[in-house]
Write a protein that binds this ligand. Sequence first.
Ligand code: 5RP
Length: 225
Amino acid sequence: MTQDELKALVGRAALDYVVPGEIVGVGTGSTVNQFIAALATVKDRITGAVSSSEASTARLAALGIPVFDCNEVGELAVYIDGADEIDVRGYMVKGGGAALTREKIVAAQSRRFVCIADESKLVRTLGAFPLPVEVIPMATGRVMRQFGALGAQASVRLKDGRPLVTDNGQHIVDVTGLKIDDPLGFESTVNQWPGVVTVGVFAHQKASVCLLGTPQGVRTLDFTQ
Ligand code: 5RP
């Protein structure tokens, strides 16, 4: 099976976690795009969605799924999103699509985080994937030096030769050379650095469940035990 087929498999499997009549939290990325396509087939059974990016909002709206603002709704039953890395405890690195801040907001507003990913995303230790950090532009130099002091390498993410601008008007710093043994502590520490909007470690908002796409089918990892 190709990686795209594995993403489609878990995108469809995530429908089992959608609560009829409710508003579902929707993440961002190529795996979530497969989920959105599946969600469109049951759109008459849900009230709508809360989205974590302008890209997902446009996709949901184009398929006729009503999109609500976070502030219009209360707690959500479930948030469904992908990951760049997930470990066996449900801790994740996210933000490859630059949507990490809104993703963390919607995840925090949801009772359950269902991560959908192909099996390549399962890792022993977080940090091989370049860690995305959303940073206020005037602080990128200082934040990159702070990562340098940790022995890591950081660079501003570019798009068409210029710093990428997120949906929130900020920049993304990508960090390589990290080995994140203590995701909870690391997330808390980096989030305290002045100018950091959000670090792409999702430990305080970890996954409740991961639906992992494998050639043998969907493997379900439950992190609530
Ligand atoms: C976007 C994200 C995505 O969930 C993550 O990058 C995985 O994307 P994909 O499903 O395309 O592999 O965090 O900010």
